[in-house]
Ligand binder design. Structure first.
Ligand SMILES: [Zn+2]
Ligand SMILES: [Zn+2]
Length: 130
């Protein structure tokens, strides 16, 4: 369970907790549906607004698939994906290949680092054979 983060509203905490409960990334619409199933009535626009705020606070990351779909996950989860550009099939990498990578002082410009993203794209075996 996610501990409530400081400076978040109850609803933002709810969304963050829902993302933490999800084994994998989730779209805004899926999240909206999950909240409804848990009897939390939040409009889709509101869900997206809260997701945006959580992104701005560095707590949630968003990944855009080649299909245009946006998927959300908590930044505390260091997951990366391998995606087929043709069929859109996506796999989670078992480990983070850049876990210990750090930017030099000059490159990081005094930023407090919150998270990174990394994605691999290619053609899966099936699509490659066609
Ligand atoms: Zn494919
Ligand atoms: Zn990583």
């Amino acid at each position: 369970m996610a501990h409530p983060s400081a400076g978040l509203t109850a609803r933002q905490n709810m969304i963050l907790e829902e993302l933490n409960n999800c084994a994998d990334e989730i779209s805004g619409q899926q999240l909206h549906r999950t909240l409804l199933e848990g009897s939390i009535n939040m409009g889709l626009t509101t869900v997206y607004r809260h997701l945006r705020t959580l992104q701005q606070k560095g707590l949630v990351r968003c990944r855009n698939l080649p299909t245009g779909e946006a998927l959300y996950s908590p930044v505390s989860r260091d997951h990366h994906h391998l995606t087929c550009v043709d069929c859109g099939q996506t796999f989670v990498l078992k480990t983070c290949p850049i876990k210990n990578l750090e930017l030099s002082k000059e490159q990081s410009k005094g930023f407090e680092m919150l998270f990174h993203t990394l994605e691999f794209f290619g053609l899966c075996k099936n699509c490659n054979q066609q």
